[in-house]
Design a protein. Structure first.
Length: 113
């Protein structure tokens, strides 16, 4: 039960970060952007960038909530551990896809022209 709680806490932190980013106030949370020079930051639309990163973190937070629910079902004996494998594979594929698609979106749509 303890590991499920850790996952819920991590998902809640990511949810809070995503909300903060959706409000456009969390650009300092974006790795690389927060350390960029003013001229490098000027190349990006900060609001779009925050919303894109917020979307990525929201999707990952929701996936973590789903996995914590499934982990709870396994630990409670309602679900066999072997049944968790397909969900874990989907989790990994969706996380990587979200990151790749998000990176492509950021490089194409979040840059000022």
């Amino acid at each position: 039960m303890g590991s499920v709680i850790y996952v819920i806490v991590m998902a809640s932190v990511l949810l809070a970060i995503s909300i903060f980013l959706f409000l456009g106030k969390g650009s300092w949370l974006i790795a690389g952007y927060n350390m960029a020079s003013a001229e490098e930051k000027a190349k990006y639309n900060e609001k779009k960038l925050c919303k894109a990163i917020g979307t990525i973190t929201l999707i990952i937070a929701l996936l973590l909530y789903g996995m914590s629910y499934l982990g709870y079902r396994v630990e409670s004996g309602f679900m066999d551990e072997n049944q968790l494998l397909p969900f874990a594979i989907v989790f990994i594929v969706v996380v990587f896809s979200t990151i790749v698609i998000g990176s492509l979106y950021i490089n194409k749509k979040c840059k000022n022209k």
